[in-house]
Design a protein around this ligand. Structure first.
Ligand code: COA
Length: 352
């Protein structure tokens, strides 16, 4: 089984779109005998969340789009799992809930559930918000979920920016062809800051090799806003001894012009989700730290990681020299899964 894909319409390949329509027809027309106009135009403004399986078909799918009636809500529809009884539906919905929680100005998820599926959504925290009604001859009930993530909770009182609904963020696995754009994002951090301790901007070929070699074992993810890549993150070897395999080092870079728009949280949420599914327990971030903030380095990254649940575990004094200045480096840690004995074996990202 492959990782979840979260894609705007224009990012879907022709094959993915074909398989999505095939799965929707198989479930809703073939199995449930519902005759409905499937191509209703809403796919264009939807985020499509799905998982492929080894034979190239869709294992589970849903779409999520701006609610036409409630500006701070997204609607979920066409929820399906081709393979039943494996927890795919729950994992799919949890991915959608997490994704919705990263969308600026979005505080609520809504859907129209077939009555017999209402219990499934209730287990995920949805509540009924209408009486029974009929749609395509099938009894339905309206349901809603208030998003409890900071994006949907702490900022719940803030009015949605007018264009928030037009800019859905999505996160997907990187491909080697992303290298030139990712390098555009990374290069200024190498050239103009001490955020990265590299002196020279790597070549596109070298960056491509980094993506390829990371993906053999670990996630390498990119965030897109309206089809444009605006940031990336990845995990890598923490220390090259097998006992350390349950720990990874994380890394994240967001285009300077797209910072503080939720891309960092969206990327790290997706990264943690993938790492947790691999069986990883410990995350480590190795972060340049200024003795006093200067024009090359602030405490931004340390504060961002603290905000996302990392704790400071150590500081190396003056171990980095760049632009003729000495910088400290800190290690920060986040535990994302319990440590047990025996510990379940890891699954490399490639095999998820
Ligand atoms: C660090 C970085 C990845 C953050 O990305 P971002 O897209 O700006 O972060 P987001 O907008 O998603 O912010 C996510 C959350 O962190 C908070 N946050 C972001 N920067 C913060 C900071 N400096 N201090 C406190 N909180 C911060 C946001 O308020 C937001 O909170 P919320 O989701 O609870 O509302 C980005 O600033 C960056 O690319 N920096 C340069 C590269 C870097 O330092 N990488 C790490 C190298 S180890």
């Amino acid at each position: 089984m492959f990782p979840f894909r979260i894609k705007a319409f224009q990012e879907l390949t022709a094959a993915e779109l074909y398989e999505i329509f095939r799965a929707r027809a198989q479930i809703f027309v073939g199995e449930e005998k519902i005759l409905y106009p499937d191509a209703d135009g809403l796919d264009y403004s939807s985020l499509h969340i799905f998982r492929m399986q080894e034979n190239g078909t869709v294992a589970c799918y849903l779409r999520m789009f701006p609610d036409p009636e409630v500006s701070s809500a997204l609607r979920i529809g066409r929820v399906l799992a081709v393979r039943k009884g494996e927890g795919l539906g729950t994992a799919l919905m949890q991915t959608a809930i997490r994704t919705a929680g990263t969308q600026p100005g979005i505080h609520e998820l809504r859907l129209g559930a077939q009555l017999h599926t209402a219990g499934f959504y209730e287990k995920l925290g949805f509540i009924r918000c209408s009486g029974e009604f009929s749609e395509a001859g099938i009894p339905h009930v309206a349901m809603r979920l208030e998003l409890s993530s900071p994006a949907g909770g702490a900022q719940a009182e803030a009015p949605a920016p007018p264009d928030a609904r037009a800019s859905l963020l999505s996160v997907r696995t990187a491909v080697p062809g992303d290298a030139p754009r990712l390098l555009e994002i990374y290069a200024p951090y190498v050239r103009d800051t001490a955020v990265s301790f590299e002196y020279e901007v790597p070549s596109p070929e070298e960056f491509r090799r980094r993506i390829e070699s990371t993906l053999l074992r670990y996630p390498f993810l990119v965030a897109e806003e309206n089809g444009r890549v605006i940031g990336y993150c990845c995990a890598g070897v923490f220390k090259n001894r097998p006992a350390y395999d349950y720990a990874v080092e994380t890394s994240i870079y967001v285009d300077p012009v797209a910072r503080r728009t939720g891309a960092g949280r969206a990327l790290y949420t997706a990264l943690e989700d993938a790492l947790a599914r691999m069986g990883i327990t410990n995350l480590y971030a190795c972060i340049a730290s200024p003795e006093a903030p200067d024009k090359y380095l602030t405490r931004n990254s340390i504060e961002f990681h603290s905000h996302l649940g990392y704790r400071l575990i150590g500081e190396h004094l003056r171990c980095g020299y760049k632009f003729g200045r000495w910088y400290n480096m800190v290690w920060m840690e986040k535990i994302i899964a319990p440590h047990t004995s025996p510990q379940a074996p890891l699954t490399w990202f490639l095999k998820l």
